[in-house]
Design a binder for this molecule. Structure first.
Ligand SMILES: [Zn+2]
Length: 179
């Protein structure tokens, strides 16, 4: 039996959110979100985004920690000796942080949509936030950790629906409305 479904309000919200995602993507391209790049200066006072807010970096002396970067009391602390590897330290930190955020997010999504990925990985995807590849492998851009939590939820939900429907067609949006 096929009944043409009414477009649920959640679906409309997803469409609006999709525009928002597009806007964020454009911001990212312009580096308005200040992703660490070769041009970024790893000096005290520099701001780095995490969960939609910018936090200042402080270089610290006389401590030996692994990894050399930590987020502590609302600021980033990087060991001065590791300053030249600042970019690598940040990317690693974002990857680790995003992995644990994704664990939580995914647990919530699994209960709502019956699909599970073969694997979930965090890596550099250029200007893409996430991607779902053929056999159910989900990839997320490490820069996703810079977004506000609501946007992270959306990025996760979006890729999750692709486990069922690879294209952005009607079935995709119906799948989204179940989330
Ligand atoms: Zn998509």
């Amino acid at each position: 039996m096929a009944t043409p479904p009414e477009v649920p309000i959640e679906t409309l919200e997803k469409v609006v959110n999709d525009k928002r995602l597009w806007i964020y993507s454009k911001l990212l391209e312009k580096e308005s979100l200040n992703p660490p790049t070769a041009a970024k200066e790893y000096v005290s006072g520099e701001g780095f985004y995490y969960l939609g807010r910018s936090y200042r970096l402080k270089l610290v002396d006389g401590v030996k920690r692994k990894p050399p970067l930590r987020f502590y009391q609302s600021r980033f602390e990087l060991q001065r000796e590791a300053q030249t590897q600042g970019r690598e330290a940040f990317i690693r930190w974002y990857c680790d942080r995003l992995s644990s955020i994704l664990d939580t997010q995914i647990a919530a999504v699994v209960s709502r949509l019956e699909a599970s990925p073969r694997s979930v990985q965090v890596r550099d995807l250029g200007y893409r936030w996430g991607s779902c590849r053929h056999k159910g492998d989900l990839y997320f851009q490490w820069r996703v950790a810079m977004l506000p939590r609501t946007m992270i939820e959306y990025v996760v939900a979006h890729e999750w629906v692709h486990l069922i429907e690879p294209n952005h067609n009607h079935a995709f949006w119906i799948g989204s409305s179940k989330l």
